[in-house]
Design a protein around this ligand. Structure first.
Ligand SMILES: C[S@@+](CC[C@H](N)C(=O)[O-])C[C@H]1O[C@@H](n2cnc3c(N)ncnc32)[C@H](O)[C@@H]1O
Length: 487
């Protein structure tokens, strides 16, 4: 991390917020000691809430003033309080910040939320609060290097933080750790981590993206990308993409995947049945006055299996005036699981709901762990539901999704903001799958040679592509399973 700071000169005011035992400050000072960074003076402020760590922090630092023009202070107490105070008094003199901040949700009416709001920071996690405060504590030219989870890159809750970062700084470098096994955990959602270098008030140019599986950096790969591949022009949500290969993705290349869900006339919503809030209405198995209740467990290999007699989850929900508003009419839908498991190859796993599976049920309940594509809260034409599921199951969509999402959760907002082939192309895709009796997971076998738009889609989205890293077979639209089946 310390190596990411550009050469500097003059006076350095270094901030280490949440300093722990001072490992990051020490790394920075080591660089200074080896003359890779050269300052006329260095003043370090190490903030650490946990006073039990202060002695160890002091012992990490106390040798450096002998070798360097360094003075340092260790400040106990709460960095957030102290930083808000400083910002309110116009103190913004830190030239460098090296951060491995704490990671914890900030609830909407907590003291932190209110404090941060006083300086115009609207955010939901301690790590984004630390980065935002550090930015505001710097004059133009200030450099931040931080190791943080990647969750801020997408999702609606981090939108104000993305706005703040993009307004006040330039992103110069993002390093992505592709392994999530040692990563931050949030509500059981595994997170990828990144190291990011920001420059307060910097001019935004190309962004260096480096990747490695883990902190051994054994397979380090570095590429530079124009900024419009990081934040797409015209993206109102300002997702931050982390492309992992220099080539444009199949998705970017595809001239057909350029339609919003609004263009398609459909929407996607989180399954409205939150089971713990509707316990009195849930039934183990279907019975009198019930309708099917669908959980992720009801879907496998792109299709629905219902009911599941041995499932721990309910299979049905009472159909009453109270529950009616949470239900959708029986019909064709495309559903995507909100959480994929770590073992799953793809993060987006789409399936088709076939109304025939539910006999005469008038309505369906979709549980909250599913995202549901619908047309004005009604079902979709069968071919559209099938085409959509096939499209979403392509590896190209998965690769695209991974660029802005570092966790295993797939939000309805993420799906809403993605671009899709036109309704017409999706329907043709679905029709061709229906003719061949293909299931939603077999997106790779897109046969019609006669239709130009579908052919264009197939050529761009489904062409075999190079392996992304040694040993990894990345076949564009071909899922590994289909590839091994040689479909
Ligand atoms: C993830 S650890 C990083 C420690 C160190 N920077 C490192 O990289 O080894 C975050 C540190 O922030 C401290 N911390 C948590 N909340 C804090 C707060 N509000 N103010 C100051 N420090 C805080 C924790 O005690 C912890 O030592």
């Amino acid at each position: 991390m310390a190596k990411l700071f550009p050469a500097g000169s003059g006076s350095c005011r270094l901030l280490d917020a949440g300093a722990g035992i001072g490992s990051l400050s020490s790394a920075f000072l080591e660089r200074c000691a080896s003359a890779e960074l050269s300052f006329s003076e260095i003043k370090l402020s190490a903030f650490e809430l946990d006073e039990n760590l202060h002695a160890a922090l002091d012992s990490s630092l106390h040798g450096y003033p002998i070798k360097l023009p360094l003075s340092y202070e260790i400040t106990g107490g709460d960095f957030i309080e102290s930083a808000v105070n400083r910002i309110q008094f116009g103190q913004n003199d830190f030239t460098h910040a090296i951060l491995n901040p704490p990671y914890k949700k900030i609830s909407s009416n907590s003291r932190y939320r209110l404090l941060l709001r006083q300086v115009g920071i609207e955010t939901v996690n301690l790590y984004t609060a630390f980065v935002a405060l550090s930015l505001l504590l710097m004059p133009p030219g200030g450099q931040i290097v931080a190791i943080i989870p990647r969750s801020f890159c997408n999702g609606p809750y981090y939108r104000p933080f993305r706005d703040l970062v993009l307004k006040h700084s330039a992103i110069h470098h993002i390093h992505l750790f592709e392994s999530r096994s040692k990563a931050f955990k949030d509500d059981n959602v595994l997170q990828e981590n990144i190291i990011v270098r920001l420059e307060r008030g910097g001019k935004q140019g190309p962004v260096v993206i480096s990747t490695s599986t883990d902190d051994t950096f054994a397979d380090l790969a570095i590429h530079e990308h124009s900024f419009d591949r990081i934040v797409f022009p015209g993206d109102s949500e300002r997702f931050i993409h982390v492309p992992t290969s220099p080539e444009n993705s199949a998705f970017e290349l595809s001239p057909t995947a350029c339609h919003s869900l609004v263009d398609l006339g459909i929407n996607v919503s989180t399954g409205p049945v939150v089971d713990f809030r509707m316990k009195p209405y849930l039934q183990g198995m279907p019975g009198k006055d019930t309708v099917p209740l669908l959980y992720p467990g009801h879907f496998s290999a792109g299709e629905v299996t219902w009911p599941l007699p041995n499932s721990k989850k309910p299979n049905a929900i009472l159909h009453t005036i109270d529950t009616e508003k949470w239900l959708y009419p029986n019909g064709y839908y495309c559903v995507v699981r909100r959480f994929s498991s770590k073992e799953e190859k793809r993060r987006i796993v789409a399936s088709v709901v076939n109304p025939a599976a539910f006999a005469d049920a008038p309505m369906l309940g979709f549980e909250n762990h599913l995202n549901v594509f619908h047309e004005n809260k009604q079902g979709l034409p069968e071919a559209l539901a099938r085409g959509l599921a096939m499209f979403l199951n392509t590896m190209a969509v998965d690769e695209y999704f991974r660029r802005f999402s570092g966790h295993t959760q797939v939000n309805a907002t993420d799906l809403r903001l993605m671009k899709y082939p036109s309704r017409d192309v999706l329907i043709k895709l679905g029709q061709s799958a229906m003719r061949q009796g293909l299931r939603a997971e077999y997106a790779q076998n897109i046969p019609p040679k006669d239709d130009a738009s579908v052919r264009q889609y197939r050529d761009c989205m489904l062409q075999p592509r190079q392996a992304r890293s040694p040993g990894e077979h990345f076949q564009g639209g071909l899922s590994d399973r289909a590839y091994s089946m040689n479909i």
